[in-house]
Design a protein around this ligand. Structure first.
Ligand code: ZN
Length: 416
C-alpha cells in the first residue's frame, strides 16, 4: 500500500528550488549552467541522496536519481522533467515534474513493496531554449538528435559554444556517446507537467492524461513581388508581396481550422515587410509558418493543400513564394498501455481525469523516440505559464504524484 503524497514536502521542495532565481521579485529565471541553475542541481542531488537514490550525471548534464529494483537485468522506468526556465517564468513549469518524481520514489521506497525494475527521476538538461536557442538539449541528445559535433556549433549570446561550456564545467567528452539511448535501454517513461492551457482549470478536473504531443513543422517563407510607388501603380498592375503574404496566412488559418484530422494548428508568428514604408508597395516579405499536430498525416494534409494554394496565389498575384523547411519534428503518440494504467490508477484513487493533447512540446517528445512514453498534466490556473503569474495548486501536484507513484510501481513490476 502506498501512502498519499505529502503536500507540505512538495511545497517545501518547490519553494526551495524557486530560491535559485536570478530575477527575484520579477518571476523566476534559471538559465542553463548559470550560478542559479548549478545551485539548484546541487540542491536536488543533495535531496536525492537524502532519499537514498543513487545520483549520477551523463556527459550533457542529464541528472539521474535511481532507486534500485531487485532485478538489474530489466530496463529501468523513468520519470522526470526539467529545472531550467524561460526568462521571468513561474515556479512550476518543469519543477512540478521533478518534485513529483522525487516524492513518488520516496513513497515507493517507504512502502517496502518489492519491485523489479530500477526507477529513476531524471532532470533533463535545458528543456527551454533560453540560453542556446534550441530546446530539449538533454533529451534530444538521448534520442541521438544532438551529437557532440553539434554542440560545437550551438552558441549562446556571448558566443560560447555548448561544447566549450560543457568542457569548462568538467563534463567528459569521451562519455558523450553514452548519452544516446537505444530502443530497449529504457522500458517506459512517464512525465508529470503543468498543463499550460485552460482545459483542466476550466473544467475543474485535477488530472489530464495526454494522448499525444504535438511537434512543429516550421518553414521560413520569402515572398518576392514588385516594389513600386503606392500612388503611381494602379491596383490591377501590382505584385504586392504583403497582400500575397496576407492571403497565404489566411489560407493557412482556414486549412488548420477546417482540418478533418486530429488537432492541427497553423501560425504565422513572424513577419518582416520590406521596405516597410507608408508610400511604397511592399516588394519583399519574410515570414514564418508553424504547423503542429500530434498526427503526421494531419500535418501532411494541411501542408499539401497549402502548397496547392501557394501556386494559385503565385499565378494570380504574379509573385514568387519560396518555402524553406527549417524544422520538421515528428509528433509523439503516447503509449496506449501506459495511458490505460494511468487511467486505471485515477479510477482506483477516485481522482477525475480527462484526455488532453499537448500543444507545447516537452522532453517526453524525444524520450518517446526510444522508450514507451506518456504524460500526465496538472492544472495551470487560467492556463497561464512562462509568466510570474503561473500557478498550480500544491494539492493538485500531490494528486498527480499519487497517480504517478502507482503508475511507476506498476510499470516497475511489468515483465515486458
Ligand atoms: Zn516545461
Amino acid at each position: 500500500m502506498l501512502q498519499k503524497a505529502n503536500v507540505t514536502r512538495i511545497r517545501a521542495w518547490l519553494e526551495k528550488i524557486n530560491t535559485f532565481n536570478s530575477t527575484p521579485g520579477a518571476g523566476t529565471t534559471r538559465v542553463l549552467f548559470t550560478k542559479e541553475e548549478l545551485a539548484s542541481r546541487a540542491y536536488i542531488k543533495e535531496e536525492m541522496n537524502k532519499l537514498g537514490l543513487e545520483v549520477s550525471e551523463d556527459a550533457i548534464g542529464n541528472l539521474f536519481g535511481v532507486l534500485r529494483g531487485k532485478n538489474r537485468k530489466f530496463a529501468p522506468v523513468w520519470t522526470g522533467s526539467h529545472i531550467d526556465t524561460v526568462l521571468n517564468a513561474g515556479m512550476f513549469d518543469g519543477m512540478a515534474g521533478i518534485v513529483s518524481g522525487m516524492e513518488a520514489l520516496r513513497l515507493i521506497k517507504e512502502s517496502g513493496i518489492v519491485f523489479k525494475r530500477d526507477l529513476a527521476v531524471v532532470v533533463y538538461t535545458s528543456e527551454e531554449p533560453t540560453r542556446f536557442g534550441l530546446s530539449c538539449l538533454g533529451s534530444r541528445a538521448m534520442a541521438g538528435e544532438l551529437t557532440l559535433e553539434d554542440t560545437r556549433s550551438i552558441r549562446d549570446e556571448e558566443g560560447n559554444s555548448l561544447y566549450e561550456v560543457l568542457g569548462t564545467l568538467g563534463y567528459d567528452y569521451k562519455e558523450f556517446a553514452a548519452v544516446k539511448r537505444e530502443k530497449g535501454d529504457v522500458y517506459a517513461a512517464v512525465e508529470l507537467h503543468i498543463e499550460q492551457n485552460l482545459h483542466l482549470d476550466k473544467e475543474g478536473i485535477p488530472i489530464g492524461i495526454v494522448k499525444g504531443i504535438c511537434a512543429p513543422t516550421i518553414y521560413e517563407v520569402t515572398i518576392n513581388g514588385c516594389q513600386s510607388h503606392a500612388g503611381g501603380t494602379s491596383m490591377g498592375d501590382r505584385h504586392d508581396a504583403f497582400t500575397a503574404a496576407s492571403e497565404l496566412t489566411l489560407v493557412l488559418e482556414k486549412l488548420a481550422r477546417e482540418s478533418k484530422g486530429t488537432y492541427v494548428t497553423g501560425t504565422v508568428g513572424k513577419v518582416n515587410v520590406l521596405p516597410n514604408a507608408v508610400n511604397v508597395i511592399p516588394g519583399e516579405v519574410h515570414m514564418s509558418i508553424d504547423i503542429r499536430s500530434i498526427d503526421v498525416e494531419s500535418k501532411k494534409m494541411v501542408l499539401n493543400k497549402l502548397f496547392t494554394e501557394k501556386e494559385r496565389i503565385e499565378s494570380e498575384r504574379g509573385v514568387i513564394i519560396s518555402l524553406d523547411l527549417e524544422n520538421d519534428d515528428i509528433p509523439l503518440k503516447c503509449d496506449e498501455n501506459i495511458i490505460r494504467i494511468l487511467k486505471n490508477n485515477c479510477e482506483n484513487l477516485g481522482i477525475t481525469y480527462m484526455d488532453l493533447i499537448s500543444g507545447p512540446y516537452h522532453d517526453s517528445l524525444f524520450v518517446g523516440r526510444f522508450a514507451k512514453t506518456a504524460m500526465l498534466f496538472v492544472p495551470s490556473k487560467n492556463g497561464i505559464s512562462h509568466s510570474k503569474e503561473e500557478w498550480t495548486d500544491f494539492e493538485d501536484i500531490a494528486l498527480g504524484t499519487d497517480v504517478l507513484a502507482h503508475t511507476l510501481l506498476e510499470l516497475a513490476n511489468k515483465d515486458n
